[in-house]
Design a protein around this ligand. Structure first.
Ligand code: SAM
Length: 250
């Protein structure tokens, strides 16, 4: 079994049903499922959606899924790497998945880069990442992924899931998280996220040291220059970005 593809299959019906309902509510038009594997979550999602696009990289599993769900007209199994797939090609959708943990962050970042046509994601991920997404400013878990995610989404922790709920069990606990996209378009989102990345480039360093190479004197002159990025509140990133961009242009 290719463990390198993060193949830990969920066996708890309680957790599977919780994930499906958190993603779909009573009913949703279309769901994109990331990494359907043997179809455990797929089976729980199907009653709640009009259409389910399941993206699986492993050819062998794709073959099994097509056999297992033959005649299920709502399901389209797409073989490919989710990170190389244009998720907008099927139209507006909710995104859900028991994620392959080796690419949790890139999948979250991919979801963040989408727009209001993708209002919601429900992901099962390693507990450590779930904690980072929900971390408070000033704590060690508050980092780039926290800020990037929470600038774009409200984050709700659904439940903690022990290794015993999977076959084979992973080494770590997992956490189910619901990401609800905030209303309104964020101006210059890619640039803002790049800026947040620069603020956290070296977590132990001050903003002055992290931003000096990009903004020179303007970074040095910030009242916040002596702070570390993890000490800022969420809104301050937006504010700092706007101030530094303004300084640069003027
Ligand atoms: N959803 C199933 C479940 O809950 O039992 C399987 C989840 S398993 C943690 C992750 C799944 O993602 C595996 O089936 C794996 O083959 C698939 N996968 C891994 N990397 C992928 C990628 N880059 N694109 C799409 N699927 C991927």
């Amino acid at each position: 079994m290719p463990r390198r593809l993060g193949q830990h299959f969920l066996t708890s019906d309680t957790v599977l049903e919780q994930l499906a309902q958190a993603a779909c509510g009573k009913h949703t038009q279309r769901v994109i499922e990331v990494g359907p594997g043997r179809g455990a979550l797929t089976r729980h999602l199907l009653p709640y959606t009009g259409e389910l696009i399941a993206i699986e990289i492993d050819e062998r599993l794709v073959g099994n899924l097509k056999r297992k769900f033959a005649g299920e007209e709502k399901l389209k199994v797409h073989q490919g790497d989710v990170l190389a797939t244009d998720l907008t090609r099927w139209g507006p959708a909710v995104v859900a998945g028991n994620l392959p943990y080796y690419i949790t962050s890139p999948i979250i970042e991919r979801f963040l880069s989408l727009d209001a046509n993708f209002p919601l994601a429900v992901f099962l991920m390693q507990w450590e990442v779930a904690q980072r997404l929900t971390a408070k400013s000033g704590t060690k878990d508050f980092g780039y992924l926290t800020v990037a995610t929470r600038l774009v989404c409200e984050v709700e922790l659904i439940c903690k899931v022990p290794p015993g709920a999977f076959d084979p069990p992973p080494k770590v606990d997992s956490g189910a998280v619901r990401l609800v996209r905030k209303p309104g378009r964020i101006e210059q989102l890619p640039q803002l996220l790049k800026f947040v990345g620069r603020c956290f480039a070296q977590k132990r360093k001050t903003l002055r040291n992290n931003l000096l190479p990009f903004y020179g004197h303007a970074a040095d002159a910030l009242p916040e220059a002596g702070l570390r990025a993890e000490q800022l509140q969420l809104e301050q990133f937006h504010d700092l970005f706007a101030r530094l961009s303004y300084t640069r242009e003027s």
